[in-house]
Design a protein. Structure first.
Length: 143
C-alpha cells in the first residue's frame, strides 16, 4: 500500500517537473507565474486550411489579454518603431526580462518590459548591460 503511494507521488513530481520546464516554452498546462510583470509565455500552433503546419508561434501574454510576439513596439504609442514578427530567445529572473526578437525586416532587436500604473509596455533597448543579466536564466525559442 505504501509502495503504491510512493509510486504515485514520484510520477506526480515527474509530471510537474516536466510541465514546469515546458512552461518557459509556452506549452505548460499550469501558469507558474515565474516571469515578472504578470507576463506568461504561450505557444500556439499555426493552422492553414484546417491542416496543422509544423511551425509554432511563441507569444508573451501581458496585461491579462494582450499578446507580444506579432505586434508593434512600443505598444503604447500610435507611431511604432517596428513590428515584432518572431521571438527568438529571452533572459529572465524574478524582476527582469530581456527579449531578443526579429522585426518585419529581419533585423534583430532587444526589448524589455516596463511597468507603469496603466499596465505593462515593451520598449526597445540598444545598450544592454550584460552584467545585470548575468544571473538570469536563458531560454532559446528559435535559432
Amino acid at each position: 500500500m505504501k509502495l503504491r503511494y510512493i509510486i504515485v507521488l514520484v510520477i506526480l513530481f515527474m509530471v510537474i517537473g516536466i510541465d514546469y520546464q515546458r512552461y518557459f516554452y509556452g506549452k505548460s498546462i499550469i501558469n507558474y507565474r515565474v516571469l515578472p510583470y504578470g507576463i506568461s509565455p504561450l505557444c500556439v500552433k499555426d493552422f492553414e486550411k484546417d491542416k496543422e503546419r509544423k511551425s509554432n508561434h511563441f507569444f508573451f501574454v501581458y496585461n491579462n489579454s494582450e499578446f507580444f510576439g506579432s505586434c508593434a513596439v512600443p505598444t503604447n504609442t500610435y507611431h511604432p518603431k517596428f513590428i515584432v514578427t518572431d521571438i527568438l530567445e529571452y533572459y529572465y529572473s524574478k524582476n527582469k526580462l530581456l527579449i531578443k526578437c526579429k522585426d518585419e525586416d529581419g533585423l534583430i532587436r532587444w526589448v524589455i518590459p516596463t511597468y507603469d500604473k496603466s499596465g505593462t509596455y515593451f520598449h526597445e533597448i540598444k545598450n544592454i548591460h550584460w552584467s545585470s543579466f548575468s544571473t538570469c536564466k536563458h531560454i532559446i525559442i528559435h535559432r
